[in-house]
Design a protein around this ligand. Structure first.
Ligand SMILES: Nc1ncnc2c1ncn2[C@@H]1O[C@H](COP(=O)(O)OP(=O)(O)OP(=O)(O)O)[C@@H](O)[C@H]1O
Ligand SMILES: [Mg+2]
Length: 365
């Protein structure tokens, strides 16, 4: 880059995170200034109305329909950049932590991992994209880390996180990106984006609960690495449905009630608590499984995803898990006008994935 290029490169420094969720699209545009991520714009668009459903409910659209809605969102949110990173749904990927023989030579290690991986991935190697990370054993690594690193020197085994994504999912995302006039340099499984956006470099194990519309993704992070992950097939759309049934109101009305009342006071809206208790008891099993396997305690829980915004949910979660519970605030890692802070705090959890994607994209610059 010449001196002049670098002078004018500032203009090009805006990047975009694109999160294609089951119920809505989210975008976040950031710019880097003095080494700090500055929030330029963000936006969200419900997908279900594109197939005749109600906002807040999950839907399954064709690549063309997603492309159309993403174009609408880019216009509405006044996005000015095409450089982006895109999320891959957890439901379309496979994460497994395996213990494999350790080799000091990185090339040999790579060969072993890629050979062994086949045993753990239940589909033909040609049908998936495979990636892997070696789990650090000694030094805590930052959650932002993307490239695999060698650890466990001296030991005979090494823990490896295998990651597989089906080719079909990647081609769907690629066609959406191209069709919307964007240019993506990476596709990332959503939980890695969330980790980057909501977790400080923490040595102690933390559990994240991403309460989306269709499912709740639950995972344990230790040393910045996913030690355990599990999808619970209940999400915030099930709260809306429960309210709609128990209160005998339409889905649209139930959605409004859910956002207004949150967990409610046990009256007509007693049903949200029932659904959350189902989600939490399954999450508790994951927590206990981790604690038993690793003989360590999980010290805190982070609630994220649109369902994480639910009023009074963190107090309820605290009463169930009896540990520290926090609601994610991904925009806290970005610079934004002071008057917007409370709005951003309120909607933050829905944007965790998009913020995390944009942060990784910023690091590429
Ligand atoms: N203030 C709120 N209170 C309660 N629920 C909310 C609130 N805001 C959004 N939601 C719910 O959160 C859900 C959307 O969350 P999110 O955007 O994280 O899901 P998604 O990413 O589309 O889905 P998934 O992660 O399952 O693919 C919707 O069901 C919506 O009704
Ligand atoms: Mg989501």
């Amino acid at each position: 880059m010449s001196f002049l290029d670098s002078l004018f490169a500032k203009k090009e420094k805006s990047v975009l995170g694109v999160d294609i969720g089951s119920s809505s699209l989210k975008v976040v545009q950031l710019r880097k200034e003095h080494g700090q991520a500055v929030l330029e714009t963000y936006g969200e668009l419900a997908l279900a109305p594109y197939s005749g459903g109600e906002a807040g409910q999950a839907t399954s659209l064709s690549a063309e329909q997603i492309t159309e809605s993403l174009k609408d969102l880019l216009r509405e949110a006044k996005v000015t950049t095409t450089s982006c990173g895109v999320s891959i749904p957890f439901s379309r990927s496979l994460l497994t932590l395996v213990s494999l023989p350790y080799r000091s030579d990185p090339k040999e290690q790579k060969t072993i991992i890629e050979l062994e991986a086949r045993k753990y991935i239940p589909v033909a190697a040609s049908e998936v994209q495979l990636d892997w990370f070696i789990v650090p054993t000694e030094e805590p690594k930052s959650p932002q880390k993307e490239s695999p690193s060698i650890a466990g020197q001296g030991g005979k085994k090494v823990d490896v996180l295998l990651v597989a994504v089906h080719n079909d999912e990647l081609s769907l995302l690629q066609s959406v990106v191209t069709g919307s006039g964007l240019s993506a340099s990476f596709y990332e499984i959503e939980i890695f984006s969330t980790i980057r956006a909501v977790i400080e470099n923490s040595v102690k194990p933390i559990m994240v609960l991403d309460i989306g519309a269709s499912s709740t993704k639950t995972y344990v992070i230790e040393h910045g690495v996913v030690a355990l992950s599990h999808a619970i097939s209940t999400g915030s759309q099930d709260i809306t449905r429960a309210i709609s049934i128990s209160g005998n109101v339409s889905i649209a009305q139930a959605e409004v009630l859910k956002k207004k009342e949150g967990l409610g006071d046990g009256g007509a809206l007693g049903s949200p608590e029932l659904v959350f208790s189902r989600i939490f008891s399954e999450a508790r099993r994951v927590l206990i499984q981790y604690e038993t396997m690793h003989k360590k305690s999980i010290t805190s829980i982070i609630l994220t995803g649109g369902g994480g915004v639910t009023k009074d949910l963190s107090a309820y979660a605290k009463s169930i898990f009896s540990i520290d519970v926090r609601v994610a605030d991904p925009f806290a890692k970005t610079e934004a006008p002071a008057f917007m802070r409370s709005v951003l705090e309120g909607i933050g959890p829905e944007f965790s994935v998009a913020v995390g994607l944009a942060m990784r994209k910023l690091d590429e610059i």
